[in-house]
Ligand binder design. Sequence first.
Ligand SMILES: *Cc1c(COP(=O)(O)O)cnc(C)c1O
Length: 382
Amino acid sequence: MGPMVTGTPDAATRVPFVDLGAMTHDVRAEVDAGWCDLLERSDFVGGESVERFERAWASYCGTDEAVAVANGTDALLLTLRGLGIGPGDEVVVPANTFVATVEAVVLAGAIPRFADVDPATALLTPATLADALTPRTAAVLVVHLYGQPADMDALGEVAARAGVMVVEDAAQAHGATWRGRRAGSMGRAGCFSFYPGKNLGAFGDAGAVVTSDPALADVLRSLRNHGRIPGAHARHGLLVGTNSRMDTLQASVLAAKLARLDGWNAARRRIVERYRSALPPALARMIAVAPGAESVHHLAVLVTTDRDALRAGLAERGVESGLHYPVPCHRQAPYRRHSDRALPVCEALADQVVSLPLFPHMTGDQVEAVCRALHECGEERG
Ligand SMILES: *Cc1c(COP(=O)(O)O)cnc(C)c1O
């Protein structure tokens, strides 16, 4: 049995925010075999296993290419650099994202332009994107926040009319679809993180870019490996490269977990449906999933006007919760100078979101404990 809940004697009723142990247990035998094989070959960075995972990930996402990199931030940064985005260019980003989305823009030398989002889905909309465009906009980073793809058709139309490239930050949306197409496959490129807590997570840091643009894939392969020109080991290319290679061990972990991703995502979806049916409407609402979107529920996020009381009520009942994200990016110190206007929806969400426990191996008892706690918090509120 995998360790489900750590420690305490009343473990049966305590619900941790996340527990990765059971996922590790599911793939343990395959990873042990992969690790032995890797030690035999003493093949630690890149190589055959990484190439095999790249092909599997591209095929899963429905793209021609996948380029494995060291983490999700590098996936974004190298994609922007590979598309020639840099000083003088503006890149539109939603303000309610994990800070790495914005970091990548600034690290590429470009200027972030913060956009607001839809209050129901917390995602970019054609109108909020259009509001953030200027003559200097080179690209938009569409974030599929909490596992739900944004409306890529409508956003794509606005971007195409403005001559702006669309890049997807799919770091929370492994396997999600928009009208049947996978997150990551709809823009010029899709950027993934395989940080351990993501829906598809490595045993450490890892990331990937998927694309059907072979020229971009070639540039990314060069950038991640010190700018080397493939086949010419001592020549260091046209652009300044970096070290952003994926470890071989991570590729074997990811290949083993990929076979289970759809099942794990389905389990997340069932848990969120149960939360949705149990949530007292007067207490909070859940982030809505738009028609056409199939979310993989990286997070189960509620929106409530009395967050502190709700979190305290959950904690009293042994239910952990999280905040994603309490400070919008345009209000974080290093990025404030790029903030030129109020973003009322992002600012309200930052004060009102709360994330419930969610991981694929939650037991029925754990799920029901969360539902019961929500019900009781609703009664307390009256
Ligand atoms: C996790 C995450 C990233 C960054 O990935 P790392 O692997 O931690 O560098 C980028 N964007 C979003 C939306 C994320 O959730």
